[in-house]
Design a binder for this molecule. Structure first.
Ligand code: HC1
Ligand code: SF4
Length: 575
């Protein structure tokens, strides 16, 4: 193993280590911009194009990009020689010379790596003034593309092409004209983009961001004629606190509810209620398919990014997913019918439903014609991300530390532990099994955690015996992993009964609308573990034991899978 010296500290590193690895091993630091190593999901982006990480190597004429330079025995590295720092400053000044100077109204203001670099390198003036490239913004979809802010790091391309295997974004043109865009310069809305938001999650600048509905939601809240209800996704409660300086994995369900009430929502409900409802409908469908030789395997259908991926990439398999709508949409359909009647509000004019989601694809899902139960209105009017909610809380001047912990409103606020784990990979399958096992065997499930479904590998397999028969399950996150799994199913290499699919790393906890992870995916595991703890602390941990769900069926829906349930809670897919 070679020994190298970084800033006078000797360190032994692996044979194939880079200078950056060596620097990190000494506890040192070099800024990076285009480099990204998401070890947890096996993705590395190393175009060595930005040159921000250059260091001085003794005996070498040129400065070396630390992310892409291999070490050699006896190498002497200086990370912050004046020459290296000045070169970095020049690189950043040149990037800024072709960058819009509108940081104060940029969606990434305060979260932008380029902005941080400019501050770190003490850039107070820029000698490089000249022509700027101009591009139109793409505002066609849930994802806003502003190519004038692109720094050609190509992280989005890696997220889209390698992790998701969607291949919507590619670098085009050369030199001053170079940028990243969809083929034929199509608006994202017209491409196979799944709106998973993983490109937004890794973009270091404001080149990619979400379509925000904050102003529209404020207007609804302010309108005295409107009754505005809000639902919160499972993964939001274990992430929102990060926006206020708390540790990843801090559980803040009570503060989340308190904050939403303080913002002025008329009722604060939980998407988890509808996650329990999803299990009733999806579980019934699964049992029906199992007993009657229906189409197998059944795929979960609550992740809208995954659904869109299937429709574009595997149009021949659209009979595989459950027809159950996602919890977001089930919530909307129940709110605009059952709840609207209870509070005597017109679902089109008076009742507005807002969702707080860790996801960008939920914005797209809310507008899908096939998923809405009426042609007159959307079941979910606005979907905001965790980040957007944090902005609203800050805008309203609420001090997160002092927000009182409050309880969800009734009846659409009650949920079980099975619903909480929807937000982490493996959770939907586990929640479904908790119910399917008891319904199929008639026995009480004493140990409700299916440990084989826990874990963070991109694809996992488990087998559960029910009534002496093995039920084969797979869990996958990341659309590239899903693609491999579906290819194997099509080639009949594996046989399965149930597959849980989520587009984002670790499931919804790693959604594209969550607080930015800035390249540290260990955050996502902490959020997932927090959800497991929320589940463990619930008295009721099986969806079919949710009393409000029982009442909903008794008062309104009839049985799971009833005609009314089908009309309101099921959907179909397009090819
Ligand atoms: Fe998800 Fe779901 S778990 S899709 O990841 O089924 O977004 O959190 O709300 O709808 O419940 C997201 C999370 C979320 C739905 C649920
Ligand atoms: Fe690719 Fe997902 Fe970004 Fe669409 S949202 S461009 S699918 S990474």
């Amino acid at each position: 193993m070679p020994k190298v010296i970084v800033n006078n500290i000797e360190v032994e590193v692996a044979e194939n280590a880079t200078v950056l690895d060596a620097v990190k091993k000494t506890g040192g630091y070099v800024p990076t911009l285009c480099y990204m190593n998401l070890e947890e999901i096996g993705i590395e982006n190393k175009p060595a194009s930005c040159r921000v990480c250059v260091v001085e190597v003794e005996g070498r004429r040129n400065l070396a990009p630390s992310c892409a330079t291999p070490v050699f025995e006896g190498m002497k590295i200086s990370t912050h020689s004046r020459r290296a720092v000045n070169a970095r400053r020049t690189v950043v000044q040149l990037l800024l010379s072709d960058h819009p100077n509108d940081c104060l109204k940029c969606p990434k203001n305060g979260e932008c790596d380029l902005q941080d670099l400019a501050a770190e390198l003490n850039i107070v003036r820029n000698p490089y003034i000249g022509k700027k490239s101009t591009y139109d913004k793409d505002i066609s979809s849930a994802i806003i593309r502003d190519p004038s802010k692109c720094v050609m790091c190509r992280k989005c391309e890696t997220a889209c092409n390698v992790f998701q295997t969607v291949g919507v974004l590619s670098a085009v043109d050369r030199g001053f004209e170079a940028t990243v865009k969809p083929s034929f310069d199509l608006p994202l809305e017209e491409t196979a983009c799944t709106f998973c938001g993983q490109c937004v999650a890794v973009c270091p600048t404001g080149a990619l961001s979400e379509r925000s509905y904050i102003d529209e939601v404020w207007n609804e809240i302010e309108d005295p004629k409107k009754h505005v209800v809000v639902q919160t996704a499972p993964a939001v409660r274990v992430a929102i606190a990060e926006e206020f300086g708390y540790e990843p994995g801090t559980i803040s369900t009570g503060k989340l509810v308190g904050a939403l009430r303080a913002l002025g929502f008329d009722a604060v409900f939980d998407t988890n209620f509808a996650a329990d409802l999803t299990i009733m409908e999806e579980g019934t469908e699964f049992i029906h398919r199992l007993k009657n030789g229906g189409f197998m395997p059944m795929l979960t259908s609550c992740c809208p990014g995954w659904v869109k991926f299937l429709e574009h990439q595997f149009p021949g398999l659209t009979q595989m997913p459950s027809t159950a709508k996602s919890p977001q949409q089930m919530f909307g359909a129940i709110a605009k019918t059952y709840y609207a009647k209870k509070v005597n509000k017109d679902p089109k004019e008076e009742l507005k439903v807002v969702s707080i989601m860790p996801c960008l694809a939920k914005k797209y899902e809310a507008g899908r014609p096939e998923i809405n139960s009426s042609e007159e209105y959307q079941d979910v009017d606005y979907s905001l991300t965790t980040r957007e909610l944090a902005k609203m809380i800050k805008e309203a001047g609420l001090n997160f530390d002092n927000i009182p912990e409050e309880e969800y409103d009734s009846p659409l606020g009650e949920s079980t532990g099975a619903a909480d784990i929807f937000g982490r990979t493996g959770g939907v399958a586990e929640a479904a099994l908790r119910t399917a096992y008891e319904v199929l065997t008639g026995e009480t499930l004493e140990e409700v955690e299916f440990k084989d479904l826990h874990g963070y590998e991109g694809t996992r397999f488990a087998e559960v015996e029910i009534n002496g028969k093995p039920i084969k399950i797979a869990v996958a996150f990341g659309l590239g992993n899903v693609r491999k799994l579906l290819d194997d199913i099509c080639k009949k290499k594996i046989e399965l009964h149930l597959i849980e699919v989520m587009a984002c790393p670790g499931g919804c906890v790693g959604g594209g609308g969550q607080p930015y992870h800035h390249g540290d995916l260990s955050i996502i595991k902490k959020r997932a573990e927090a959800l497991n703890n929320v589940d463990r602390n619930k008295k009721v941990r099986k969806s079919h034991e949710n009393e409000s769900i029982k009442t909903l069926y008794k008062e309104f829906l009839g049985e799971p899978g009833s005609e009314k349930a089908h009309h309101l809670l099921h959907t179909h897919y397009v090819k």
